[in-house]
Design a binder for this molecule. Structure first.
Ligand code: ADP
Length: 288
């Protein structure tokens, strides 16, 4: 799975990226982290980036594009990746499109974490306080002044990417104001809905089981009908357990239709059989 996480500073990209890394074994590519490492190691890139980053401005496109291009060639990329903090400008997004095309890599989705700007300063202040409490080094650009510059840059340079990816039907928007847990769940749900990850399954087999349970009185017949439908359903097809609710763009395009159809057929048949069976039982009872 190949994803981009999009959102302003403090939106929770890093937190959610970590969770995706753990769950799906992806590699997180954070240009911010890479640049900070370059600054610390005083590499030529680091020396160029140091003051720019401290002031809250963006490092020149060529530098970050170069970093990402090199990174995409590493062997650990083959299990998939999450881009966090890149692309950050339309030219970076266009360059990424070119890179991916050249390297024959397909992007699955761009997940936008949407948050109220008024919450961001608080979030960053909390992050700083927590880091201090843990005795960790605080980022020099995590001050209210520099943060407001980073936010202004986000608005003018990065926000146009929402339109860019929405036009390309790649954008999935998640409400980043929910709790961390909820945001994670929502991201997993929409990724399942577009077929990027294995959805929570309601398999044809389970549908048969459910039919058996519900249709006790008519027992065998129901199970048989459901089994037939399950057989008719292509093997291995699964369906999502919840609807594709707020999925936009990529989601709409790849709506779970095809995947759901298989088990859907089994479920429908099972339901029909259950209905039939209960009618029979009612009739029998009436006769008695
Ligand atoms: P945040 O998203 O919280 O602002 P990051 O850790 O992603 O922080 O980035 C920190 C700084 O690194 C940015 O303010 C910028 O100077 C630089 N940077 C990171 N990614 C990019 C990028 N894609 N293009 C230009 N500069 C970048």
């Amino acid at each position: 799975m190949r994803l981009i996480l999009l959102g302003p500073p403090g939106a929770g990209k890093g937190t959610q990226a970590q969770r995706l890394v753990q769950k799906y074994g992806l590699v997180q590519l954070s240009t911010g982290e890479m640049l900070r490492a370059a600054v610390a190691a005083e590499t030529p890139v680091g020396l160029q980036a140091k003051d720019v980053m401290a002031s809250g401005s963006l490092v020149p496109d060529e530098i970050v594009i170069g970093i990402i291009s090199d990174r995409l060639d590493q062997p650990d990329m083959k299990n998939g990746f999450i881009l966090d903090g890149f692309p950050r400008t339309v030219p970076q997004a266009a360059a990424l499109d070119e890179l991916l095309k050249k390297k024959h890599i397909k992007l699955d989705a761009v997940v936008e974490l949407r948050v109220n700007e008024s919450a961001l300063l608080d979030r960053v202040e909390t992050r700083v306080a927590e880091m201090r409490a843990r005795g960790e080094e605080v980022r020099i650009d995590d001050t209210p002044e520099v943060l407001s510059k980073r936010l202004a840059n986000y608005r003018t340079l990065t926000e146009p990417l929402i339109h860019y990816y929405s036009e390309r039907r790649k954008l999935l928007t998640v409400d980043g104001m929910m709790t961390i847990e909820h945001v994670t769940r929502e991201i997993n749900r929409i990724l399942a809905a577009i077929g990027a990850v294995e959805p929570k399954v309601v398999s044809a087999k389970k549908a048969v089981g459910a039919a058996r349970k519900t249709a006790k009185p008519a027992g065998k017949k129901v199970a048989k009908t459901a089994k037939k439908a399950a057989k008719a359903a292509p093997k291995g097809k699964k369906t999502t357990s919840s609807k594709a609710g707020r999925v936009t763009g990529a989601g709409r395009k790849a709506a779970p239709a095809a995947k759901g159809r298989a088990a859907g057929t089994a479920k429908k048949a099972a339901k029909k059989a259950v209905r039939k069976a209960s009618k029979k039982v009612t009739k029998k009872r009436a006769k008695r």
